[in-house]
Design a protein around this ligand. Structure first.
Ligand code: T4K
Length: 413
């Protein structure tokens, strides 16, 4: 454990962790159950194209979130693309720029214009007031993103969508296991899209799904994810290959069985961070609504540089020197990445809250790969860095002036 500022790696001390601590280390679940499932798949020699494990995964997910249909897909990006096409969105669709690039790409890929809308700086999700102002005659839909598993202001967005005859879709990539006003995420809007990527709380390695209560939409998406085939040699829609494999579903089912354990670990970690960070000035842990269900999958800290006398990026440098690979999702915002930065150079003029939040957010490692000792150590590093900010800034500046190559994230900036 680090006790003194000279123990900090940026000030010449040894690295705190011999192995990197990642944000997004996968939860694995029960290996024996997983291997038994894989054994069954190999015995059956049925590896894809709606095998029994994918069907079971779909049933379990639909049951868990309380929807009529879960349409499993190869990943959430393709699931978003298919949901967008099945909803027949065209023209312009309003989305936050404070999201993973996949939300915007899923639209642009189909030549639909993502109209970037600002977020509420308190919630990090779409600001309904701004959404209303971004509607034009070309707008056909709104995609809300439940960032960090904290639901959007769903009722307000639903009212705006209804009043303006727009489709409402949710990117719920982060929000499996979360609830809004007591109802599980999955059943809101026309459809909601989950990600089961390796870094997600429930994981298939690669995987996604669309949850919906709309029979017709579900039917259409099932056809679209399988090239549009409605029979052995009958194609009725344009489609793609969005299918989930049996092996991915085996991981997903096993992961689903571990949900209670994963939430318990995430909650324990979250509380440990909350306890330690509460006494470090300038570092505010983003809260979760205690009256709702959630997976506590993201430990999100907002840095106030006036209080810490360090920027968020300084703190990331400090942590990286210790082998803590903290992340700054979703810096710099979709609107500042290509092709959007060139297509919509004016977007940054209206996305004030997005830009401010993207500058101050820091994600710390959690999940089943992180224990209490590690969290205590990470928080000690942060505490020492903040209490010796002058030395830290001088050391970081010296590293730059001596020609030391900038860390990868500084280069990206
Ligand atoms: N919408 C939203 C709001 C999303 O956040 C995402 C994905 C999507 C849509 C699209 O969902 P998918 O199509 O992916 O299903 C990661 C994930 O790749 C991405 O799924 C996720 N969001 C995003 C927030 O994070 P990167 O570019 O940060 O990935 P990467 O490779 O840096 O991995 C993150 C960390 O996880 C690393 O420090 C290493 C660790 N890791 C990663 C993998 C894959 C592991 O320890 N083991 C692993 O197997 O995007």
């Amino acid at each position: 454990m680090k006790n003194d500022k000279h123990d900090l790696a940026v000030l010449g001390g040894p690295r705190a962790f011999p192995e990197p601590l990642h944000v997004g280390r996968p939860n694995i679940g029960d290996r024996d159950r997983l291997l038994a499932r894989i054994g069954g798949i190999l015995d059956r020699r049925w590896l894809s194209n709606q095998g029994p494990v994918v069907s079971e995964f779909e049933e379990r997910v639909a049951e868990y979130v309380g929807v009529k249909h879960c349409v499993a897909m190869c990943n959430a990006t393709v699931a978003l693309e298919i949901a967008i096409r099945a909803l027949e969105l065209t023209g312009e669709v309003i989305v936050p720029a404070f999201t993973f690039i996949a939300t915007a790409h899923a639209l642009q890929w189909q030549e639909i214009t993502p109209v970037f809308c600002d977020i509420d700086p308190a919630t990090h999700t779409l600001d309904p007031g701004w959404v209303e102002r971004m509607i034009t005659p070309r707008t056909t839909g709104i995609i809300g993103v439940h960032v960090w598993g904290r639901p959007c202001q769903i009722d307000s967005l639903a009212a705006i969508a209804r009043d303006n005859s727009l489709s409402l879709l949710f990117d719920a990539a982060h929000a499996f296991g979360a609830s809004y006003k007591g109802r599980m995420i999955g059943g809101f809007g026309a459809a909601e899209v989950f990600s089961f990527h390796a870094t997600k709380f429930v994981s298939c390695g690669e995987g996604g799904a669309v949850a919906t209560n709309d029979d017709e939409l579900a039917h259409k998406m099932r056809l679209m994810r399988n090239f549009g085939f409605a029979g052995l040699d009958r194609v009725v829609y344009i489609g793609t290959n969005g299918k989930m494999s049996e092996l991915s579903a085996a991981m997903g089912l096993t992961s689903l069985e571990g949900v209670d354990e994963f939430v318990a670990v995430n909650l324990r970690n979250y509380r440990a961070y909350a306890n330690e960070l509460s006494t470090i000035p300038g570092l505010a842990l983003l809260p979760y609504d205690a009256t709702e269900r959630c997976a506590f999958q993201y430990v999100v800290v907002e840095v106030d540089p006036y209080l810490t006398q360090l920027s968020r990026d300084d703190l990331i440098d400090v942590l990286r020197a210790e082998n803590v690979l903290a992340r700054r999702y979703f810096f710099p915002g979709c609107h500042r990445m290509e092709p959007y930065a060139s297509l919509f150079p004016h977007a940054k003029l209206v996305l004030r809250a997005t830009d401010a939040v993207a500058q101050r957010v820091l994600l710390l490692p959690t999940g089943t790969a992180v224990g209490s000792d590690e969290i205590q150590n990470i928080c000690r590093i942060l505490r020492l860095a903040v209490s010796s900010s002058g030395d830290v800034v001088r050391a970081l500046q010296a590293r730059l002036t001596t020609g030391e190559p900038p860390t990868e994230f500084r280069r990206v900036a």
